[in-house]
Design a protein. Structure first.
Length: 561
């Protein structure tokens, strides 16, 4: 590989290969290998219970056997509709080991979105929990969709104190029940009630076999299912591991697993990267700043994959200074652009640099990363991970490759890529260039050292009087104001300019909101005239996606209604 066509190679530390060794193993083999290497080490810590690698591997085999007794085999699609509990890890590996396909569902999906995904993905069975936030929706869909069976677990069965956890959930009114006489519904305990003997299907060992249908966020139109094979997911985990080889010590890390388990970032970075390296995953059912800070201190957490909103929540926690965060050695931010100001505040207060990366559902969450020993320029999301090729192509002509510093569409190629969109050959064709690169929809540029800078989404770009205006530029400038906690900028209709930028903001504790005129004065030296916000709205909170990203789509929908 040439550093002239791949300038990021010259910026790699000496211990990171340009062409990494890829394991070529089915996804479920990762857990088996770790169970052989670290059988007694804790794989999962959840609500006072520790599950060793050997015990986790046994639970997965029993789940695989249970799934097969319910008809799971190659070609059968099983949905996971779960919060962040051990059920998700056990079911994920269990379905794959049984030869089936995992389809992830977000607990925050609207009913019509769930209905669309069930029908579109050909889901026959769903694993969920007996919680009011989950079970009633799936029971309804059991009557109105193609679903044939539910497997229902309970939070307490995976905890260290089942009775006290159950009582707490009951008192909070979170527990949901179902008719035990309904033959279409089985308990998670029944799924595991066997000796773990399952049939290994050769198809499940094939690198190109579909492993996961992962639905995109659906920023426009209905969500599309990305076809993620065993090969694409395994290679993504290997590529990520190669970039962090000098940071992650196998068999020693303690990882705070708070990312939503249905998101590809969580699957690859929390679950697979952690389990393939013998880490202990400390699972939290839902993110809570105080609980997260307590875990970091008491369990001496070393690795914390996060999204910017989680980091912001920790930094604004009133009693942050009472907690010791010195055990952290890797804090990675993904899922959304990381404001430079937030990155610096976390370093100042927590003492751990936040390494920003970029990825997408279609890339199995892998695209760029900041390796150990590399200090990225402000605003950069790092270097391409080993084993991928990135290009910046013209927004007007996809055949035109742009040079250093020129802004265009970020395009990527690699073995970690999806194999297309499920049942959407048209969308697959539209997403690819003639040279086989995937068009990400992100506007970006690359500097002479190969660092990538995400400017915005092509769909989020605002056209003001014929000028291209990038909301992230405006958001970065607004973040510099001491009173601003979160900000999201969108384009609103303007009879004269076509569109004008409007800022939606939240305010930090013990600060007063600036007026529009005050904020414009603050921004005058930071933005061009064509970028200046024309309107501002202060809110108690901003709409977010299920993974915690600020949702511009929700704001655009509000403006349009």
């Amino acid at each position: 590989m040439s550093t002239s066509s791949m300038p990021w190679l010259k910026s790699y530390p000496a211990d990171i290969p340009g062409s990494p060794d890829l394991s070529g193993m089915p996804v479920h083999r990762m857990l088996e290998n770790s169970a052989k290497r670290w059988p007694q080490r804790s794989a999962i810590a959840f609500m006072g219970r520790s599950i060793s690698y050997q015990d986790l591997n046994d639970l997965v085999s029993r789940a695989a056997s249970g799934f097969q007794s319910m008809g799971v085999r190659p070609g059968v699609h099983v949905g996971l509709y779960l919060p962040n509990t051990p059920h998700g890890i056990i079911a994920f590996f269990g379905v794959l080991r049984a030869g089936g396909v995992v389809v992830n569902y977000s607990p925050l999906d609207a009913p019509q979105t769930l209905e669309h995904k069930i029908g579109d993905s050909d889901t026959d069975m769903v694993v969920t929990l007996g919680l009011n936030a989950l079970l009633p929706q799936m029971i309804d869909l059991l009557e109105t969709t193609r679903l044939k069976r539910l497997v229902v677990g309970s939070v307490e069965e995976m905890s260290g104190s089942p009775e006290s956890v159950k009582n707490a959930l009951d008192q909070a009114g979170e527990t949901a029940t179902w008719q035990e006489s309904d033959g279409r519904i089985s308990s998670f305990a029944q799924l595991l009630d066997n000796n773990g003997g399952y049939h290994a299907y050769p198809d499940a060992e094939d690198f190109e076999t579909l492993a996961v249908l992962q639905y995109t966020g659906g920023t426009t139109g209905a969500p599309k299912g990305a076809i993620l094979t065993h090969g694409s997911i395994a290679d993504a985990a290997d590529q990520y591991g190669a970039a962090l080889s000098s940071t992650i010590i196998p068999g020693e890390e303690r990882l705070l697993a708070v990312l939503p388990p249905f998101h590809i970032y969580s699957i690859v970075v929390n679950m697979l990267l952690g389990l393939r390296n013998g880490a202990t995953l400390y699972q939290m059912m839902r993110f809570d700043p105080k609980e997260a800070l307590e875990l970091i201190q008491t369990e001496e957490i070393t690795v914390f994959p996060a999204v910017p909103t989680m980091l912001s929540a920790l930094l604004t926690y009133p009693e942050l200074e009472q907690y010791r965060l010195s055990s952290l050695k890797l804090c990675n931010s993904g899922g959304a652009p990381l404001p430079v100001e937030l990155q610096q505040r976390f370093l100042d207060l927590a003492g751990c640099p936040v390494k920003e990366g970029w990825g997408m559902t279609e890339t199995c969450s892998v695209g760029t990363i900041t390796p150990k020993g590399v200090t990225p320029p402000p605003g950069s999301c790092g270097l391409p991970v080993p084993g991928v090729d990135l290009q910046i192509l013209s927004l007007d002509d996809e055949e035109t490759l742009l040079g250093t510093g020129e802004r265009g569409e970020l395009c990527i190629k690699g073995s970690n890529m999806m194999r297309g969109y499920w049942k959407r050959d048209d969308a697959t064709d539209d997403s690819m260039t003639s040279s086989g690169f995937f068009r990400t929809g992100d506007i970006a540029y690359m500097d002479e050292d190969g660092f990538i800078y995400i400017v915005d989404r092509t769909k989020d770009m605002i056209i003001c009087s014929g000028y291209n205006v990038y909301p992230r530029n405006i958001e970065e400038a607004i973040h510099e104001h001491p009173a601003i906690e979160e900000v999201s900028v969108i384009g609103i209709p303007d009879d004269y300019r076509g569109q004008s930028p409007k800022a939606f903001i939240t305010i930090r504790h013990e600060h007063n909101a600036p007026s529009l005129e005050e904020l414009q004065a603050f921004l005058k030296s930071r933005l061009g005239k064509h970028e200046m916000i024309r309107d501002m709205e202060v809110r108690d909170e901003l709409p977010k996606t299920p993974v915690g990203k600020l949702s511009k789509k929700a704001l655009y929908d509000e403006v349009a209604s």
